[in-house]
Each structure stands twice: as C-alpha cells, then as structure tokens.
Write a protein that binds this ligand. Structure first.
Ligand code: MN
Length: 209
C-alpha cells in the first residue's frame, strides 16, 4: 500500500527546548505517513541527559521503522526494544484520513488534548486519557481509543516539561507551528526538557480518487 502525504491528513508543528546544561533532549517526536494514515507521537525518556535521550531515540527508531503497525502492537514492540534502558513515557496518535478517525494510545504522562473545531453538540475539548506506566519496564494494561475527527480538529501533545493547563487561552486562528511555539514560550517549565507537538486534522482529501 502506498503512503499518503502527511500534509493531506494533518498540518503539524513542533517546538522543543533542551534542559539548560544538557547536550541532547530526552523529549523527541515522530510524524510519519503510515499507509492511509499518519502516525504522530511524542516520547519522553525518563529523566534528562544522555541516558534519557538514548532511550527516547530507541523508541523513535521503532516507531519510525514500524509505523504501519496498529498502535497496540507498535507500543508493545517499543516496550520490548526498551527493556534494559531507562524507559520512556509516550503518547501516540494515528490519524486515518479515509475513515475520518483518530486513534490514540499513551503510557505515562505525555499529556494530550483534542480541541474540537466544531463545538456544536460536543465539548470544546477532550483530554486524552493515558495509563500510568513506563515503556521499557512497567507496561499497564493497554487500550487504544478511537474518536471521529473533522477537519480543523487539533490535537496537542506535551511532555511534563510543559506546565498543565497549556491548552487554556490559546490564540485563535493560529497555525499548528504558531500554537506549538506559543505553548512552549508560555508554559515551558525550564526545569526539564520540554516538547509540544500540535497536529491539526485536515481531512482525507488526498485519498479521494
Ligand atoms: Mn520530562
């Protein structure tokens, strides 16, 4: 199966800051086409510094290489690959432009918020629920959740280097990159690596014949 163009399914932006004094960040992201869908994920290696970065890179390598797999086996594959490392927490999203759906799955405290473009008849936002645990050492019972998305729906994933309530008071009509930059500037803690990924669903037009 050929891969879609990422940009036909989502527009996205990312902003990150490495903890002062460290040479590499333990917070990494991945955005990759996966057949008819697009995989987006944020990984936070436990702690910071070289060991955190190495665990995060190992997770991203698995996600990159096996992006076509469904989220559950993909996450289990990450877990096996990370045994013996410091481990990571992560949140994964799989946008399906043909089905108009988004599946999410997370372990640990990479927070996620879905902002609905059309709030009529549904809440303005949904917090993505993740299970506590550590990929690479303590995997919780996993359950992926699926929701319908419409063009304009926007998902924000943020590591714990970003303060809570990062989704409040966001500028309207901002691009995903502008939102990511805004959130990092306004809510970055400065005491840990920090990363925020913003993905806006644009629909599956690219899949139409
Ligand atoms: Mn962190």
């Amino acid at each position: 199966m050929s891969d879609v163009d990422v940009s036909s399914v989502i527009q996205w932006g990312v902003a990150m800051r490495t903890l002062s004094g460290e040479r590499e960040s333990g917070d990494l992201h991945v955005v990759k086409s996966a057949g008819p869908g697009v995989l987006a994920g944020v990984v936070d290696g436990l702690g910071h510094g070289a060991e955190a970065a190495s665990a995060a890179r190992a997770a991203v390598a698995v996600l990159d290489q096996h992006a076509h797999e469904p989220l559950l086996p993909l996450l289990q594959r990450c877990h096996r690959a990370l045994l013996g490392t410091r481990g990571v927490v992560l949140s994964l999203l799989l946008f399906d432009g043909a089905a108009g759906s988004m599946t999410w799955l997370g372990v640990g405290n990479v927070e996620g918020v879905l902002l609905h473009a059309d709030a009529a008849g549904r809440p303005a936002r949904t917090n993505l629920v993740t299970r506590g645990g550590i990929v690479g050492s303590e995997l919780p019972r996993l359950r992926a959740q699926v929701c319908t998305v419409v063009p304009g729906d926007t998902v924000i994933l943020a590591t714990d280097g970003i303060k809570e309530h990062f989704a409040e008071g966001l500028p309207r009509d901002a691009s995903p990159q502008q939102l990511a930059d805004h959130i990092l500037a306004r809510y970055g803690k400065g005491t840990d690596d920090a990363l925020v990924l913003v993905a806006r669903y644009v629909g599956g037009a690219g899949m139409m014949a």
